[in-house]
Design a protein around this ligand. Sequence first.
Ligand code: NAD
Length: 498
Amino acid sequence: MDFHHLQYWQQRAQALKIENRLFINGRYQAAVAGETFAVENPAAQRELVQMARGGQADIDLAVKAAREVFERGDWSQATPSQRKTTLLKLAALMEEHHEPLALLETLDTGKPIRHSLRDDVPGAIRCLRWYAEAIDKVYGEIAPTGNHALALIQREPIGVVGAIVPWNFPLLLACWKLGPALAAGNSVVLKPSEKSPLTAVYLAALAQQAGLPDGVLNIIPGYGHDAGKALALHPDVDALTFTGSTQVAKQLMTYAGESNMKRVWLEAGGKSANIIFADCPDLDKAAQGAAAGIFYNQGQVCIAGTRLLVEESIQQEFLQALRKHAAAFEPGNPLDPQTIMGTLIDHGHCEKVVGYIEQGLEQGAALFLDGRDHSQGSQQSYLGPTILTQVDNAMSVAREEIFGPVLAVTPFNGEQQALELANDSEYGLGAAIWTRDLSRAHRMARQLKAGTVFVNNYNDGDMTVPFGGYKQSGNGRDKSLHALDKFTELKTTWISLE
Ligand code: NAD
């Protein structure tokens, strides 16, 4: 039996030994307070493991270890090419451990194993490799001062970085932080989401095996209000890098202000508009892109195309094509390699998403496709693709981040109205335009207030392009060389030549 079969993954899941301790200063260990919390598999509604629950005392230990190794220079003073070698080894080890990593991700989050194998794990590996390969090619600068002086501008690692990540792409988003932060020479304390800590904890052993010095990477699973808050308030953390909700992002800014004014980099929520013009080059392809743009990862994607703005003259035709492509997202067992839609992260979140559907209907939206049909019992986390039409941009389903497979459809007439609707949002993570008119595409792209604008695709991209948001979608950028800005300080050395 091979990995194309459900039974293969079921057997592997049964045989899996899950590491359930914190990783501090190169050693797996229980939490100082001895506490644990349950990590659950949302598809089986079953506890996977009792995980050590990090708190203030564990964060203190981790930050101390991170600081000591940073000041000692084992990693921070290593040459860029030495750091590159170690990170490339880590990427190679992740490749060797591709299957257990993908399996842990699927068991922990309910996302389809085919996506963990195809997207999450390879994406995380690519990211580490990319920064490893980049770091010994980044040069400093000499300022154009004139001949009386020589002014060098260099990037230095910032120190101890606290990384706090969510549950929707646990390993991938952790690596979006770890790649540039470690490549630049920092020490990191990573707090994964309490809902999905398994891959981060597994990664620690691989990093050690790759030769990352003790203390450079510490992993502290735990709750946000506890371990997360302790990390964010810690006076010896130099920078925080966060991916998660806008609400928590705002709290982190407060914590930074209340403590040591640490730099705070925030990748937060989204409510991205996907705009379909009547002159879109291929309606069917646009419908397929729109369906994947909202239903992939059960709609739990920060940049999901949650608001579909469709030109009124093609609305009916487009909705029919959309229904066809939505049908591909039939919820099923995440361990089955045929499944392309798994479960939401947990039952509580599923209820919240269903609540949004009900609110939308109460506020006057119409139900075009009802994913609630997929309910399988009172504690289930399955929800199918849901499409609400006749959505007014003032409704909560158009304004708030639902973070589930719910698409809000609003018709428009003409470019100006599309632009106004798209920009009428607190968020500004992504936007897409489908048109064959090149001038219109450029015009719109310039005026859309979003970190990324897709033209005739939804959510394409790679490591070379920055990712992040305008407005309350955050600040700073993940991916690309620009991410190094978050994890380095610029040092000027002014040398008088007179
Ligand atoms: P969340 O904000 O609830 O939690 C994110 C992380 O913050 C978790 O590790 C959590 O434990 C921690 N946390 C919670 N409260 C905290 C506190 N008071 N102090 C410190 N840490 C705290 O988000 P979530 O529900 O895990 O993830 C979904 C959210 O993530 C969505 O809003 C989504 O848009 C966002 N997201 C954004 C991006 C992006 O790149 N912009 C990518 C993926 C997800």
